[in-house]
Ligand binder design. Structure first.
Ligand SMILES: Nc1nc2c(ncn2[C@@H]2O[C@H](COP(=O)(O)OP(=O)(O)OP(=O)(O)O)[C@@H](O)[C@H]2O)c(=O)[nH]1
Length: 360
């Protein structure tokens, strides 16, 4: 069973906004198929009504056989076009209200009202659990419907024997519908958070919270596409803490971990929001710098070096790092640019560490 830790939730930025977008998207297939199925059932409803030779049978045929299913089929078709989603939801919110109003208009005060009353209850329940509307919209539409049904039927045109049952069914439809809608939305929220949790742990280094190697590869591909499109420069810094083995050997593995965490925080603080900082493993880090030339990357590396010098890493005191810096060449892969940065870093280590080497 997956658990959603508050820490990772907090690190995931404003997830509510992400959830709303994800939730709306996840509802699209439901809206598509349920609108289609409901349209088919309305065709059936219209044909039964027509065969019963009721009052207003032409109007019933027009409403239940054309207007309502027509609207539902339009909603179903709109689900294929993302740019129409706002209109699709609006229509879907209005549709049950129109269906309810039409039912009351056609049947209220008639002796056979009770035959057609189930559509009222079903409509309320449908809005919450079947329609595909999110809870907020479903509550709005169902509340309007309940108010309308109550105002129009209580003391007006509904048989006194039937009224208590009528009220019971309206209340039940609303409460069961609301409960169903709430349970579904809660389940989807949990699912979304679990999905986010999995995505988070699959892309992050668990010790430092920086991007891991796999995610850095993906980010590189995205930045590369943008760099080629714009076109714009893209640079990379590879840095490695010097003599880190000694930190572990002298102060213990826990102190070494603390240095890695603090070092990562420093990298995040000094870099810009658009820069991607990753831990490639051990005490080796990579920073991908979009819209940055080699000379600018060297400046940033110098700033980092100064911050590292000035930082007190607790038990372990001061540490230094070596830097390999390079700029992206069109058509090269992540392995290619890493290999060049690694050569520069090796050279920096060879030159005595705590220094920068750049390779074009
Ligand atoms: N505490 C801690 N240590 C780690 C972690 N991952 C790797 N190490 C240690 O990092 C050390 C890296 O040592 P080396 O590769 O010899 O590098 P170095 O001592 O920094 O030497 P230079 O890079 O040549 O300056 C090893 O002792 C690893 O055990 C980690 O997650 N936590």
């Amino acid at each position: 069973m997956l658990s959603v830790s508050p820490e990772s939730v907090a690190l995931r930025e404003p997830w509510q906004q992400g959830f709303q977008q994800w939730h709306l998207r996840s509802k699209v297939p439901q809206i598509r198929y349920m609108a289609f199925l409901t349209a088919m059932l309305y065709f059936l409803y219209a044909s039964i009504e027509y065969n019963m030779a009721l009052n207003f049978s032409e109007i019933r045929l027009l409403v239940h056989g054309f207007i309502v299913p027509g609207t539902l089929l339009v909603i179903s078709a709109m689900s294929y076009y993302p740019r129409l989603y706002t209109w699709m939801r609006l229509l879907l919110t209005i549709a049950p209200v129109c269906a309810m109003a039409t039912n009351l208009w056609l049947n209220l005060g008639k002796p056979d009202f009770a035959f057609f009353a189930p559509e009222i209850y079903l409509c309320i329940f449908w809005t919450f659990t079947v329609s595909g509307l999110t809870l907020k919209y479903a509550i709005s539409a169902a509340s309007v419907n309940v108010l309308m049904a109550l105002l129009m039927t209580v003391n007006r045109g509904v048989n006194a024997v039937f009224i208590d049952l009528h009220l019971l069914w309206i209340t039940s439809a609303f409460l069961f519908g609301l409960l169903g809608g709430m349970v579904m939305e809660k389940a989807q929220k949990t699912l979304y958070l679990q999905q986010m949790d999995l995505a988070w742990s699959a892309s992050r280094d668990s010790l430092t919270g920086l991007w891991n190697r796999a995610k850095m590869t993906v980010l590189f591909e995205q930045e590369k596409a943008q760099a080629l499109d714009s076109p714009a420069p893209l640079s990379l810094i590879m840095l490695d803490i010097d003599h880190f083995k000694q930190v572990n050997d002298t102060f213990g593995h826990a102190a070494g971990d603390e240095v890695l965490i603090q070092f990562s925080r420093l990298l995040r603080d000094v870099t810009r929001p658009q820069d991607n900082v990753g831990r490639m493993g051990g005490e080796e880090f990579v920073i991908l710098l979009p819209h940055t030339r080699l000379a600018e990357a060297c400046n940033l590396a110098r700033q980092l070096q100064a911050k590292i010098h000035a930082c007190d890493f607790g038990t372990s005191g001061n540490v230094t790092a070596s830097f390999g810096i390079t700029q992206f060449r069109p058509a090269e892969t992540f392995s290619d640019i890493l290999e060049r940065a690694d050569r520069a870093l090796y050279e920096a280590k060879k030159q005595g560490r705590d220094c920068l080497v750049s390779l074009t």
